[in-house]
Design a binder for this molecule. Structure first.
Ligand SMILES: [Zn+2]
Length: 199
């Protein structure tokens, strides 16, 4: 395999009609309706759902991190190139439009059009599960990216989510416990809610 992936992920993905599979080199991908995935999480009780969200984040950090290590090898550890490859790949996979900013030792990620928030909202409405930040897979991928860039373990929190009525999702990755949502001076301090949401 070429050490530098000149092509974007969406151009490298190949469909294997014989096996009914999508691949980027050795890595298989799955195309899945977001409401199918997120609707399953709506069916869980609150404690189990929290556990599954955290497990999803950790699994994406581990296994999505494998894709990240492949990107990193392709760009010889160049941080800017790794960030660009990750953001491009997120869009190519249908994970929305990502924007990353450095905030001191922390990284702030905003995501527009998260499929997880959209899938959550499309899967129904339930007073017991509405109002949550639901983009756990993005948390996991950001943890993998932030850890690769910082060289130390990074914790990620989703401070605001489109599933809560915000215009975009906002995450922060930090080496120490991240600031609480809504605190003065926290990242993503300009909250934007869509009309019709009251939370
Ligand atoms: Zn979200």
């Amino acid at each position: 395999m070429s050490p530098v992936p000149d092509l974007r992920l969406r151009e490298r993905l190949q469909h294997d009609a014989v096996h009914g599979a999508w691949h980027d080199g050795p890595r298989r991908y799955l195309v899945l309706r977001p409401d199918s995935l997120m609707g399953a999480l709506r069916l869980l009780d609150a404690a189990t759902r929290e556990t599954v969200f955290d497990a999803l984040a950790l699994s994406v950090q581990r296994h999505g991190g494998d894709s990240l290590r492949a990107y990193a090898a392709g760009v010889n550890g160049d941080a800017r190139a790794l960030i660009a490859a990750t953001l491009d790949s997120a869009a190519d996979l249908g994970w929305g439009v990502w924007s990353l900013k450095q905030q001191g030792a922390a990284l702030e990620l905003t995501v527009q059009h998260s499929p997880f928030a959209a899938g959550w909202l499309a899967a129904g409405s339930d007073p017991h599960s509405d109002g949550l930040a639901v983009c756990a897979p993005i948390r996991g991928m950001l943890a993998a990216l932030a850890t690769a860039l910082a060289g130390v373990p990074m914790q990620v929190h989703e401070l605001r989510c489109a599933a809560q009525g915000h215009r975009e999702c906002c995450f922060v990755a930090a080496p120490a416990p991240a600031p609480a949502a809504g605190g003065k001076g926290t990242p993503c301090s300009v909250a934007q809610r869509l009309p019709g949401h009251t939370q």
